[in-house]
Design a protein around this ligand. Structure first.
Ligand SMILES: C[C@@]1(CC(=O)O)c2cc3[nH]c(cc4nc(cc5[nH]c(cc(n2)[C@H]1CCC(=O)O)[C@@](C)(CC(=O)O)[C@@H]5CCC(=O)O)C(CC(=O)O)=C4CCC(=O)O)c(CCC(=O)O)c3CC(=O)O
Ligand SMILES: NC(=O)C1=CN([C@@H]2O[C@H](COP(=O)(O)OP(=O)(O)OC[C@H]3O[C@@H](n4cnc5c(N)ncnc54)[C@H](O)[C@@H]3O)[C@@H](O)[C@H]2O)C=CC1
Length: 223
């Protein structure tokens, strides 16, 4: 399997099945323009609280329906999604979602099988985010529980990576704009992202991290 990142901004994701699995998947696609969950009933975590006017977790629309295998294609045609998720507890409905999506060149995530995938059929990885850094983890469908356990470990490992991405991204642009020779610029950025001092500095705040980074950069440029 080849991991790729997909930008779903402005796109529709449809999830068939609003149980434990469907609701976890739906929540995970919160970057999409529109998320529609089609299901006869919905797990607790998908239902907005009674006094809530808007859903704080994004644009999730709940549609109460239980299309059978023959009706699934019509739903997909109507909603025109970029990705369809088959997360019902009915294998025939899940298979119909997969067939209709693949037929139309739409990506599909089948949650009730792990092997034997067609092109266009995708798996959802375990993810860790420290914006703008994301780590996606898959076991090739072999052991989702392991994907979850490794995700929990990596969460601690990448703490602060978002700040480091912002700082090193800024330095990268500055050195480019200053016309620093490409080899020196790359060396400086490589050292900054590996510097213990810069990581530690960032824990105290952005300006501390910046000071530590400036020392590293000067060492490279002075050589
Ligand atoms: C193939 C894949 C398709 C897809 O869904 O995309 C798939 C398929 C299946 N999962 C099953 C079971 C479980 N899945 C989890 C958890 C997660 N499953 C996720 C992804 C994937 N699951 C894709 C492969 C990812 C990879 O390559 O590793 C994660 C990573 C992402 C997410 O869902 O958000 C999320 C962790 C998120 C996190 O916490 O970070 C747990 C753990 C738990 O619940 O505690 C269990 C119970 C323990 C166990 O069985 O391992 C079953 C059997 C169902 C049954 O027994 O009926 C199938 C079907 C089958 O294997 O046939
Ligand atoms: N990929 C993964 O991470 C995991 C996948 N699974 C698999 O995912 C499937 C769903 O699991 P859960 O969410 O735990 O089950 P669940 O029983 O909590 O939810 C299933 C949902 O599908 C709905 N549904 C039934 N028929 C439907 C139809 N025709 N159209 C739309 N919705 C319909 C039900 O009302 C229910 O809300 C199971 O087949 C299970 O094997 C289970 C655990 C993890």
């Amino acid at each position: 399997m080849t991991p790729l990142y997909h930008d779903l901004a402005g796109e529709t994701v449809v999830v068939f099945g609003g149980g434990a699995v469907g609701s976890r998947k739906a929540r995970g696609f919160d970057e999409a323009g529109r998320i529609v969950v089609v299901s006869p009933e919905f797990a607790e975590r998908l239902r907005p609280l009674e006094d809530e006017t808007t859903d704080p977790d994004g644009p999730i629309e709940l549609v109460r329906a239980a299309p059978d295998a023959d009706a699934v294609a019509e739903w997909i045609d109507r909603l025109n999604p970029a990705l369809a998720v088959a997360a019902t507890d009915d294998a025939a409905v899940n298979a119909a979602v997969e067939a209709a999506a693949l037929d139309r060149g739409i990506l599909v995530n089948r949650t009730d099988v792990s092997g034997g995938r067609d092109p266009g059929s995708v798996v959802v990885p375990a993810t860790v985010e420290d914006d703008p850094v994301t780590v996606a983890l898959s076991t090739g469908g072999t052991s989702p529980a392991l994907a979850k356990a490794l995700r929990e470990r990596i969460e601690a490992e990448i703490a602060g990576a978002g700040e480091m991405a912002a700082l090193s991204g800024e330095i990268r642009e500055e050195l480019k704009a200053a016309g620093v020779a490409p080899e020196k610029r790359r060396e400086a950025v490589r050292r900054v992202v590996r510097s213990r001092g810069v990581w530690k500095g960032l824990q105290k705040g952005r300006s501390n991290g910046r000071q530590e980074a400036d020392t590293v950069i000067e060492e490279v440029l002075d050589r």
